[in-house]
Design a protein around this ligand. Structure first.
Ligand code: NAP
Length: 259
């Protein structure tokens, strides 16, 4: 029997809120391929959720991490270094915008709301990647993956400031890929089709976006988290070894359509 793709690999997964989270589907998929994982939870309120889910993983490290806190991010990487002595991959699945910025006209976005959305949803990838680099250097390289949406390029009703944050995130993927490539660290994004998760529930009219995909995407359906996870296994693992700076569309082909 061949070794699983992630045997002896250590990964950090940020952005598990509940069993519907895209990050959770990715955590399960890489764990099934042999990865050891550290998972984070944003708040004490969600710690129990994450611990309950993580019970099916093999000896995971569970840590608090609000990605707006540099001190908490430092503590996460110190704990991973202490437990595993290095890191092979990072999954970044954190995003947030104030609910009012996802329902009122975009032109009314406040300065504070803009800062918050960009900080949590885009800057955090840079903050995490910077701390991941020395641990990935200990392993001779690594792979970083974030999650984005087509709302970065095109206007979707009520996606608003999150679209701007995703545009910044996708650009950050390319700049990080350029910086970290010489250290054999790859940086990519998956642009997933719409999926009903906790974050999606915050976007007014999300069900009508789902309906549009069912009508117009070439595959005439939406995608599920296990399909995003399968693409993540490719990008994070050895099969994706020559791919970096990429935004991979996992959306049933919706992005290809003009109308
Ligand atoms: P989700 O389960 O709600 O995951 C979003 C995660 O971000 C939650 O774990 C949330 O924790 C976390 N988060 C928010 N603020 C944070 C902070 N300050 N520090 C740390 N974590 C924080 O929803 P999801 O749909 O799986 O989202 C995962 C990623 O996929 C996001 O980047 C999202 O934009 C992206 N995406 C989603 C879709 C979709 O249709 N669902 C499509 C394309 C891309 P809390 O719950 O504690 O706030």
């Amino acid at each position: 029997m061949t070794n699983p793709a992630f045997a002896d690999k250590v990964g950090l997964v940020v952005g598990v809120a509940n069993k519907r989270s895209i990050s959770w589907a990715i955590a399960r998929a890489v764990s099934a391929e042999g990865a050891s994982l550290a998972l984070t939870h944003q708040s004490v309120r969600l710690e129990e959720n994450v611990r309950d889910l993580a019970a099916e993983l093999t000896d995971p490290l569970i840590l608090p991490c609000d990605v707006t806190s540099d001190a908490q991010i430092d503590e996460v990487f110190a704990a991973i270094d202490a437990r595993y002595g290095g890191l092979d991959f990072l999954v970044h699945g954190a995003a947030f915008a104030n609910p009012e910025d996802l329902s009122r006209p975009f032109v009314e976005t406040s300065r504070a709301g803009f800062h918050l959305a960009l900080d949590v949803s885009a800057y955090s990838l840079i903050a995490l990647s910077r701390r991941a680099k020395p641990l990935m250097d200990k392993r001779g390289g690594g792979s970083i993956l974030t999650l984005t949406y087509l709302g970065a390029d095109r206007v979707f009703p009520n996606y608003n400031v999150m679209g701007v944050a995703k545009a910044a995130l996708e650009s950050a993927v390319r700049y990080l890929a350029a910086d970290l490539g010489p250290s054999n660290i790859r940086v990519n994004a998956i642009s997933a089709g719409p999926i009903k998760t906790l974050a999606a529930a915050g976007i007014s009219g999300f069900s009508s976006i789902l309906g549009t995909y069912r009508e117009r995407a070439p595959l005439r359906r939406t995608v599920d988290t296990s399909e995003v996870a399968a693409a993540a296994v490719f990008l994070l693992g050895p099969a994706g070894s020559a791919v970096t700076g990429e935004v991979m569309m996992v959306d049933g082909g919706y992005h290809a359509m003009g109308i």
